[in-house]
Write a protein that binds this ligand. Structure first.
Ligand SMILES: *[C@@H]1O[C@H](CO)[C@@H](O)[C@H](O)[C@H]1NC(C)=O
Ligand SMILES: *[C@@H]1O[C@H](CO)[C@@H](O)[C@H](O)[C@H]1NC(C)=O
Ligand SMILES: *[C@@H]1O[C@H](CO)[C@@H](O)[C@H](O)[C@H]1NC(C)=O
Ligand SMILES: *[C@@H]1O[C@H](CO)[C@@H](O)[C@H](O)[C@H]1NC(C)=O
Ligand SMILES: *[C@@H]1O[C@H](CO)[C@@H](O)[C@H](O)[C@H]1NC(C)=O
Ligand SMILES: [Zn+2]
Length: 491
């Protein structure tokens, strides 16, 4: 009786469960999805997949094979050689290279610019993204110096495009990779230690994780199918409940997701999702997803975009899907330059760039300025007042209030080294106009009877450096302002 009852319960839930698995859902979350026994699920899915495969195989006509994709990427790299660089971030289980197209006027060079990444085909049976990403790359190349948005993106952003994260899953016409692991459940999770064993992680996941160590991405998006909505963090909740679970940057993410949905042909008209956007956990919680990991571990603001109700539509629908998504993709990337707060952080003791942290009061997340140029790029919802705080060990923190309008703002910081109570400069690792010998003499002076005199000397030097720096920063600000109308502040 009990058995019959639970069977009934299962079948009643099956349709709704299935609905959830359509887009981000999945096998690996069976531990957390609660009511469904994994063996039952396994066989049901297996039957589903076999019929599905034949259907998808027919549908594959008109889609690029993995071989076609590689050729298309190489051809793009040749045709648009002076605004692109082709590189691989690793290989799939079956040894297929994970090719990336970097698009920028200075590809491969580090610049004072934000970087954005698009990842397609995370799920093998969701191939629309990989097709659209090739169209996007080629459109940008064809319209550089002709279209203002294309030019803005190529000149001011480093756009990295990974058309397929899961080529093996694509050729197998299934969601998981060659080991049948759902890659969007394979990242370390903030609440559950499910993927903490590095050795058991999939090569595709490892490749993306080490990619984020090498390149500092400001924001990104992965492209999926099976629904029409822009999904933002958190994807999971601490207690596995299906509720709206806001991350610290909820306003920022709602803004970014809306940029996508409002620029889309009809995503924002969704009846199911207000405005065409959704918090991941309020739709259905997932664990081990790529999106939350990006935000937590790399300070990269990532969206999960569901770009077609049909996961694998007939190829003749691709041109329409491209038209529907084109402005969304362009505007999302351009929002990195057109909105938010940008700047650089220097030390006042000689204008050294500082790899400092930038936080916003009341928002528990920090981003870091780059090592090389100390530039930072902070996505933020426009139309609000923010207190921006720059911190660096060994330096006094500084903060400033800004009213962020619709346009981007430049806020540069000059941080002063901390002075201990006995008058010693802490961590003043730079020699400014002094060589290291004379600095040593100065430091020797400090604890002695003449330390007040020395302090005045130090102050004068610091002031001179400060004047010198202001000029440097003024020049940098002028450079940034070429991008567009921006207000500029030096703190
Ligand atoms: C790339 O080459 C084209 C044509 O030779 C030229 O118009 C364009 O300015 C070049 N772009 C860059 C970033 O050098
Ligand atoms: C998930 O379930 C499997 C067996 O059903 C178990 O071995 C594994 O430890 C579980 N994982 C977690 C994170 O609970
Ligand atoms: C968007 O347009 C497509 C194609 O006309 C249609 O199939 C889909 O149902 C529409 N979705 C919404 C949310 O209006
Ligand atoms: C800020 O977030 C971290 C985790 O990222 C958490 O450990 C900490 O408690 C949070 N602080 C506040 C004040 O919420
Ligand atoms: C001082 O400069 C010399 C060379 O001019 C260098 O070898 C030495 O390491 C420097 N010392 C410090 C403490 O920076
Ligand atoms: Zn998906």
């Amino acid at each position: 009786m009990k058995f019959l009852f639970s069977l009934l319960f299962l079948s009643l839930n099956f349709s709704s469960f299935f609905y959830y698995t359509i887009a981000r859902g999945g096998e690996r979350s069976s531990n957390y999805s609660g009511f469904m026994s994994s063996s039952y699920l396994g066989s049901a899915r297996h039957l589903f997949e076999e019929n599905h495969f034949q259907k998808l195989d027919k549908l594959a006509h008109g889609y690029m094979t993995n071989y076609d994709l590689e050729k298309a990427i190489t051809a793009f790299g040749r045709r648009c050689a002076n605004i692109s660089r082709i590189y691989s971030i690793g290989k799939s289980v079956e040894g297929v290279p994970l090719w990336v197209m970097e698009i920028s006027d200075k590809p491969g060079e580090e610049e004072v610019e934000p970087a954005f990444k698009f990842i397609g085909n995370v799920h093998g049976d969701e191939p629309v993204g990989r097709e659209l990403l090739l169209l996007l790359a080629n459109w940008l190349c064809d319209n550089y110096k002709k279209d203002s948005l294309a030019t803005l993106i190529i000149d001011n952003v480093h756009l990295h495009i990974l058309p397929s994260m899961n080529p093996d899953g694509f050729s197998l016409r299934r969601r998981g990779n060659a080991n049948n692991i759902d890659l969007n459940r394979d990242f370390p999770d903030q609440f559950f230690p499910m993927n903490d064993n590095l050795d058991s992680r999939q090569p595709e996941t490892k490749a993306v994780m080490s990619w984020l160590k090498r390149i500092r991405f400001t924001a990104s998006a992965s492209l999926h199918g099976g629904a029409l909505v822009a999904n933002y963090p958190w994807d999971g909740t601490q207690d596995k409940r299906k509720i709206y679970y806001a991350c610290p940057d909820d306003d920022t993410f709602r803004f970014m997701a809306s940029v996508y949905s409002r620029s889309h042909y009809n995503m924002s008209l969704s009846e199911e999702f207000q405005g065409g956007i959704t918090n991941g956990a309020s739709w259905y919680p997932i664990y081990g997803g790529m999106q939350d990991w990006n935000y937590i571990h790399a300070g990269c603001f990532e969206l999960t975009l569901e770009i077609s109700d049909n996961k694998w539509p007939a190829a003749n629908e691709l041109p329409t899907l491209w038209e529907f998504n084109k402005m969304s993709m362009l505007n999302l990337v351009a929002s990195l330059v057109k909105t938010g707060i940008h700047g650089k952080i220097f030390s006042s003791d000689c204008g050294r760039p500082l790899h400092a942290s930038v936080a916003i009061k009341g928002i528990n997340s920090t981003i870091k300025a780059s090592h090389a140029f100390a530039d930072y790029h902070r996505m933020l919802a426009p139309g609000q007042r923010y207190e921006v705080i720059a911190t660096m060990p060994g330096y006094k923190s500084k903060n400033t209030c800004v009213l962020l309008g619709e346009e981007a703002m430049t806020v540069d910081f000059i941080l002063d080294p901390e002075i201990a109570s006995n008058g010693n400069l802490l961590k003043s690792g730079c020699d400014c106009s002094l060589n290291n010998k004379s600095r040593f003499k100065l430091v020797e002076f400090l604890p002695g009877p003449h330390w007040e005199v020395s302090l005045i000397l130090v102050s004068i030097l610091v002031f001179l450096c400060f004047l010198f720096k202001r000029r440097v920063i003024f020049n940098h600000s002028k450079q940034r302002q070429l991008v567009g109308p921006k207000r500029s502040v030096v703190i």
